[in-house]
Design a protein around this ligand. Sequence first.
Ligand code: GLA
Length: 399
Amino acid sequence: MKRSILLLSAALLLASSSMSYGQGKEPYTGLAATPPMGWNSWNCFAGDINETKVKEIVDLIVSNGMKDAGYEYLNIDDCWQVSRDENGKIVVDEKKFPSGIKALADYVHSKGLKFGIYTCAGKKTCAGWPGSRGHEYQDAITYAQWGVDFLKEDWCSSEGQDALYSYSLMRDALQATGRPILLSICEWGSNEPWKWGNGVGHMWRTTGDIMPFFVGTVYWGGQGIAEIIEKNADLYPYAGPGHWNDPDMLQVGNGNLTYDENKTHFSMWCMMAAPLLAGNDLRKVSKENLEILLNKEAIAIDQDPLGFQGRRYYDYGDREIWVKRLTDGVAVCFYNRGESSWKVTHNFKGESFGPAAINPGNTYTVRDVWAHKDLGLNDRSYTFDVPSHGVVMLRLTKK
Ligand code: GLA
């Protein structure tokens, strides 16, 4: 009898503590009020990471203006882990990170930045290292002890797993630690995470891996910038504060992208309220590419507190006009993915910009976000030359 009372109270205790996960959601839901910003190691270093390189990048983010521009998370991707010990605890690659992950996280925090790490919902990561399957709570505790602030969870070796169940399990494990940790769902859009991701993670990949070229067909599961934009475009109803569509990390400064293509890539990520995780080697960044990453006017469009994902307003085939409603107006982007330049005249007078639904009766200043120049008011037509694979991006602000 006594034993069954004991068992019953233990069961009640467990039930009440699991119920409190829901109630304890405040630190969790407030984590990504605007799209997360930072840097991730994968797009430039892949598996070739180590603590020296990562610390150099941290120092640069502080000294090159990126921290001031809003880049907050320093995230290491795959290949930091090698095995599990006899208790199942994840073992860090000592050759790459001789001081351990906690020391690295401490270093990142000492610079006023936040620290992110990578795992996989399946048994193995995409590079073949141990994943978190069956170790979710154990790993979450380890991450919390290290001071992790951001977790990207991948989807390799997940055969037979249910995505909603798997990611909810990690969400619950993270919440149980009591440390607010942003959860980035990385299952490449395979199970339409936009339909269930809100409340599970703070952002979810909508496509396969982004490649550092503008156009191109699918290439070992990845795709060029223009194709990713196409795939992410129609998912706008699902994004908003705390829950973002993630068209993947930035390739600005990587591969064969031209100056215009880098600008277009960055602009369209801002128009789509996408997370802005730079992925280039900041030790070698060109002046032009750094200026792109540091364009505070473009970043302000991405980070607008309304959290409205911009959308296509006009579609002339390879030439499109995109609009994003802002708290005090609208961002308008003339996007030319065609092979020749586009001379476009658009009348701003009486224009409500469709889904952005501004009141055309109000007066707005029209500003060119890349030229950093006020052009005039919304009382007339404007003509622009939009280069091939390029953009003209404007901000209309209510006077
Ligand atoms: C997958 C992800 C990438 C990267 C690699 C690491 O391909 O989509 O973003 O994390 O795994 O192996």
